[in-house]
Write a protein that binds this ligand. Sequence first.
Ligand code: 9MR
Length: 355
Amino acid sequence: MKVSGFIWLLLWFTFVTAGCWGQTLRQEAERDGILVSTAARLPPLSEPAYAATLAREFNMLEPEDAMKWAALRPDERTFDFREADALVRFAVEHKMKVRGHCLTWGRNNPDWLMQGHFTSNQLSRLLHEHITRVMEHYSGQVFAWDVVNEALEEKGTVRGSIWYDQPGIGFAGQGTAHIEQAFRWAHEADPKALLFYNEAEGEWMNRKSDAIYAMLKDFKQRGVPIDGVGLQMHIPFLEADTYGIAANIARLAALGLQVNITELDVSLPLDSNSMVRAEDLLRQAEIYRAIVRACLNSSNCTAIQTWGFTDKYSWIGSHSRGTRGQALPFDRIYRSKPAYRAVLDELSAGRSQSR
Ligand code: 9MR
């Protein structure tokens, strides 16, 4: 398709779909200074409907995979920023902020790193170099980073990883010291960036969120540079403890930390024809609504981000081997679902509405 044809199609799609309710998520969010965001992938950006929906509905994006080690580091010496740069360009063109994900994670690392038999000294040098080069490359463009992702176990203990104890960067057996080191390097690399710890399964009150809280309280008391916590919010059971979420956000606020909802999706059971029940779509919408409301009611909750926006591109399908899906606010052909309407309603009601 010629470029002009593509642009016309984009405009047409934007016009037709935005007309449904007049307002978009980003328009409603901007009135309250909230960031409404989504994880984004590069290949589908060439689809007019994907690009149009992304630009129309969201004022921030986060590359879903393009800023991970596996994407940026084809080998020990090379940094390949092309895919991530293209997503950042799209964001800049559409006046969207960019959140970076993620500088340190035990998973999704390239084979050369995992199987390289590096010593702790070498790993320490590699991680320091990675954090510095990547943050400097995106300085002024990526305003907030997940510096460390998923470093704790469900029971709250420190998770074994190449960065912690296999063999680690020099702090094996020393609790959260390797996490602290990553934050210190990140702050040196880009002192203006907001630095987040991002975690799964610690959204409401449980052993993991207690451990996150204890770690961050210690970090704040000792002046470790950290600005916030990402609560991932992958909801797989059609129920969410929204009172617990609110209480957890409140205790993090008391430490002076921002909270971002970073990976929200609510997956549904699929039948053998990959269909969902109508009542599950409505229940899903209510869960989206309650989580958005919990964020809006907490002034330290500054961003609401879904993990993708269309059911056409979601990690849930392959991860659940096709047994779950339809987790996002738009269906596979970019029609909005009840969950979208619920999020839009809450954003329209704004921060001041307490329900
Ligand atoms: O959605 C992401 C998927 O495309 C990747 O294959 C996978 C491994 O890198 O990561 C998925 O995203 C994860 C995120 O980076 C961290 N929290 C859990 C997310 C879902 O697994």
